[in-house]
Design a protein around this ligand. Structure first.
Ligand SMILES: Cc1cc2nc3c(=O)[nH]c(=O)nc-3n(C[C@H](O)[C@H](O)[C@H](O)COP(=O)(O)OP(=O)(O)OC[C@H]3O[C@@H](n4cnc5c(N)ncnc54)[C@H](O)[C@@H]3O)c2cc1C
Length: 471
């Protein structure tokens, strides 16, 4: 065995790579955060490229089959907080019958999985429609899309210290360098930030464990009315079918560590999304762990479908429609930014002068070690809380912003901001800020907050009553 193939050693790997045309703003990842970042940057006038490893946009909206979009409203459902790109996408899909606007969806409905707390005004949508409508919105804004491309590394220079100058992309053509004025990391795993040397945290403070993974799937052939009737006639069940699940778990027959069935009615009759598989103890930044999770998740799904057919009223004639293209990863790296958003910030509705988004979704921690968890009133998050721009600005590294799931927050705060509407809102802000930084020839850390907020408002974002322009 040569030194280069000895396990546990390191090898130098030097290659000369072709350099592609530079762009002003490079968005890495085309999930909710990346879609909004790219559209925000392009609408602010930046030459914008969005690089995505899959062949379509959406991230968890599409590849993850995750849905519905959790609330974009205040916790009490009285006010829509997340507007901008998110609202535009939903309204365009709704116009084609591919989504329902959240204002029409009350807490406790079948679209919310029959859950009341934290589930007022969710957004049911068809994942296939996201792909095409998000593409149209990006192209109309002038965003260049590059699919089937994985960002594997980053290039930095020392002036200013640790400034990102571009990324190394991997595709069928090999490795290429993509230079950019500012990179917006919307990979959900902070891939670019980690490679650039931004400090990050992963998992909960006590033991570093992250929330479990879940393979989403959809079933068809469900008797919708029978499900509603069963769930509503069993109000003591903590979650739908919880007593049936508890019995089967006690008898060792339930395929997943869960306390009930996470089931969400879709816009198609008889079709429900199921959020019930659970894979514990895996690291979403380790491909071997991800592989093990894919295998375990799919195995659980097939056993769950058989269980549904045999034991759940309303699901007797259901069949598997599809499994997600990727296992759903709830939590990996969280960057350490200029402000680490904390649970106290969410509980006290702390006001930030550099507010760039408002959210109302509460803390939702799936137990990293067992069957428990979910939205929890005991955390006492405010009706509406703010996210500051500084939580998108990483420590140490320049010309880089981070948005979506991996922004700077504690394990608890991230468990609230991780859902899809907030990811749109923080992505939108990062994209606009990146474009402004390029326009002014400055690093994003120095962006003028007043100008950023005014630009976001001009693009229909909502930043709270004080910053709402008077009609
Ligand atoms: C099991 C599960 C259930 C959930 N339930 C809900 C729910 O019901 N409602 C809700 O609103 N939210 C839910 N969430 C949370 C939500 O889906 C995510 O936190 C949210 O999608 C984060 O958005 P994002 O844009 O940061 O990341 P993602 O949606 O993960 O998008 C990241 C994108 O970046 C791409 N990418 C990643 N790395 C690279 C790279 N190096 N190079 C190129 N491309 C890359 C990915 O392919 C992907 O398209 C759930 C999450 C999970 C896992």
């Amino acid at each position: 065995m040569t030194a280069a193939t000895t396990p546990g050693t390191s090898v130098e790997f030097a290659r000369t790579l072709p350099v592609l045309d530079p762009v002003d703003v490079l968005v890495v990842g085309g999930g909710p955060a990346g879609i909004a970042a790219a559209i925000g940057a392009a609408r602010t006038g930046a030459r914008t490229l969005l690089v995505e490893r899959y062949g379509y946009l959406g991230g968890n909206l599409t590849a993850g089959l995750v849905g519905p979009c959790m609330t974009s409203f205040s916790l009490d459902g009285s006010e829509q907080l997340i507007r901008g790109v998110f609202d535009e996408l939903i309204r365009r899909m709704a116009a084609e019958g591919q989504a329902r606007h959240p204002s029409e969806i009350p807490a406790g409905s079948a679209y919310c999985g029959f859950i009341e707390y934290g589930h007022d005004k969710v957004t049911p949508f068809e994942p296939e429609a996201v792909k095409v409508v998000a593409e149209r919105m990006c192209l109309e804004a002038g965003v260049e899309l590059l699919f089937h491309t994985f960002v594997a590394d980053v290039l930095t220079e020392d002036d200013p210290a640790g400034a990102v100058t571009g990324v190394v992309c991997a595709g069928k053509g090999g490795l290429r360098v993509q230079p950019a004025g500012v990179v917006v990391d919307c990979s959900a795993d902070a891939d670019v930030a980690a490679a650039a040397g931004v400090p990050f945290e992963q998992g909960r403070e006590s033991d570093g464990l992250t929330q479990p993974m879940t393979t989403f799937f959809r079933v068809r052939g469900v008797d919708d009315a029978r499900v509603e009737e069963y769930v509503r006639s069993h109000p003591d069940d903590y979650r739908p079918y919880a007593s049936i699940v508890a019995r089967a778990t006690a008898e060792g027959r339930f395929p997943s560590p869960r306390r009930g069935i996470g089931l969400y009615k879709t816009l198609r009759p008889g079709v429900w999304r199921i959020n019930t598989s659970r894979i514990l103890g895996k690291d979403g930044t380790d491909p071997r762990d991800l592989t093990a999770a894919e295998l375990a998740g799919r195995e659980q799904v097939h056993r769950l479908v058989r269980f549904f057919q045999a034991e759940l009223p309303g699901f007797e004639r259901c069949e598997l429609l599809d499994t997600a293209a990727t296992v759903g990863v709830r939590e990996t790296r969280r960057i350490v930014g200029e402000h680490v958003l904390s649970l106290a910030d969410l509980q006290q509705a702390r006001h930030f002068d550099d507010v760039i988004a408002l959210c109302g979704y509460p803390v939702d921690i799936h137990d990293p070690t067992g069957a428990g968890g979910g939205v929890d009133e005991a955390y006492g998050t405010a009706n509406a809380y703010e996210i500051p721009y500084r939580s998108l600005v990483p420590l140490r590294v320049e010309r880089l912003l981070v948005a979506g799931r991996c922004l700077s927050a504690t394990h608890e705060a991230m468990a609230a901001t991780r859902v899809m509407p907030p990811a749109f809102a923080t992505g939108h802000a990062a994209g606009v800020a990146a474009a402004l930084a390029v326009q002014d020839g400055i690093t994003p850390r120095k962006v003028d907050i007043d100008r950023l907020q005014r630009s976001l408002l001009a693009q229909d974002a909502y930043l709270g009553p004080e910053l709402t322009p008077h009609a």
